[in-house]
Design a protein around this ligand. Structure first.
Ligand code: ZN
Length: 401
């Protein structure tokens, strides 16, 4: 455990000791010797806590909860007698606001904008299943951290249909499957995100203008900040429209997404600036959470690892002769990368929900929908120059936002 965390745990232990004394004193003063609630206790030790520690303000909550719980259980175990129990364990239970699970690690906010990263054992047999639930609590001790997820209760039901979506810079690609009986593929569609791309481009042009034309650095910073805020608002608006429409058109479907929470952290660091801009996926993550709360059905998240390197049809390795093409030599086909990715996401989602699915059954009538439209230089599929065997462009239904 990092030194910083040990230090934090010691501070929290001291704070619990102090809170115990205050709560004990309150109980003695109360005519019916009632132990104060965590909320009352917090009001009393707030000033002390904030002047003594510079941790994020939420850290006071577990302190008060622990102190109250310890007093209560002491009294229960000692036939109504009340004393200040000894604080032995170096452990704290952190609120949901103070940590996040990002790409297989927990990020804990100790101080405002000051994080500690700890590894999570995602190899646990049930990790992927449980992590579908909401992370509710984090137990930190000097030896380990334990994550608690809320699963089952309060969870929305699974849909009678799965709609797996691959989110991209320019489009949302969705593969649909009907779940009654044996799962069967029912369609794939591409929805353009032109509107959002346009907003992003407009604003990046505007920012470049400001960079070159506004000389006064303070004024420039202010203008740039305003532009960024306005751009964000417009993108958020567009995402609201898109997500509302998706959910309204598919009220019976469970949406399946790639879990994008860690993407920004894993890539980008050493890559070019352009690539980093591309990886700035907050709009997609936001879109996912909008769909998740608007949809009456449960949303499923799958690991994004390898969705574009393994063929969901035959399990072969995919190559990408160009960015938009996924070539599988084993299938002997060039697929549209995004559509094929949505199929891969679907397969993972079905497996995760205990409905493993082999693409092969419906594949012959669906295959054309996934082929890359328009010839690729040196395509492995259709026999080169024969126009009739080239995939039909019309088969690629485009819906505009
Ligand atoms: Zn294949």
């Amino acid at each position: 455990m990092p030194e910083e965390v040990i230090h934090y745990l010691r501070d929290m232990q001291d704070a619990v000791k102090y809170a115990l004394q205050v709560a004990y004193r309150d109980a003695l003063r109360d005519e019916r010797h009632r132990i104060p609630s965590p909320i009352l206790l917090r009001r009393e030790i707030r000033d002390w806590f904030y002047s003594k520690y510079d941790y994020a303000r939420h850290h006071i909550n577990p302190v008060c909860r622990t102190a109250v719980a310890m007093l209560r259980s002491y009294r229960k175990n000692h036939h109504g007698e009340l004393r200040i129990p000894e604080v032995k364990r170096l452990a704290t239970r952190t609120d949901g606001e103070l940590f996040r699970v990002v790409d297989g690690r927990v990020r804990i906010t100790l101080r405002p904008n000051r994080y500690v990263w700890l590894p999570v054992n995602t190899k646990d047999k049930h990790y992927e299943e449980y992590s579908q639930g909401r992370a509710s609590e984090l137990l930190i001790t000097d030896k380990k951290v334990c994550l608690t997820f809320i699963v089952g209760d309060g969870m929305k039901p699974l849909g009678s249909r799965f709609m797996a979506q691959d989110l991209n810079f320019r489009s949302v690609d969705s593969t649909n499957v009907l779940l009654s009986g044996q799962p069967s593929l029912t369609g794939v569609e591409t929805r353009s995100l032109k509107e959002i791309v346009r907003i992003q481009n407009d604003f990046s042009r505007r920012r470049k203008m400001l960079q070159t034309h506004v000389r006064n650095p303070q004024k420039r910073a202010k203008k740039l900040g305003e532009t960024r805020g306005r751009q964000r608002n417009r993108v958020v608006d567009a995402l609201h429209k898109l997500s509302t429409r998706m959910v309204r058109e598919n009220p019976d479907a469970s949406f399946v997404f790639e879990d994008l929470r860690g993407i920004r952290k894993t890539g980008g660091e050493k890559k070019s600036r352009r690539f980093r801009t591309y990886l700035n996926r907050w709009p997609y993550r936001l879109y996912q959470s909008m769909v998740e709360y608007k949809s009456p059905k449960r949303t499923v998240y799958v690991s994004p690892r390898g969705t574009s390197s393994e063929c969901p049809v035959c399990g072969g390795r995919l190559k990408h002769p160009t960015w938009a093409v996924s070539r599988c030599v084993k299938c002997g086909a060039d697929y549209g990368r995004d559509r094929l990715a949505s199929l891969a996401i679907l397969c993972r989602g079905l497996r995760l929900c205990g409905r493993p699915f082999a693409v092969s059954a419906d594949w012959q009538q669906m295959k054309d929908e996934y082929l890359y439209p328009g010839g690729t230089p040196g395509a492995v599929g259709a026999g080169g120059t024969d126009a009739a065997s080239a995939p039909n462009l019309d088969a690629y239904t485009e819906v505009h936002v």
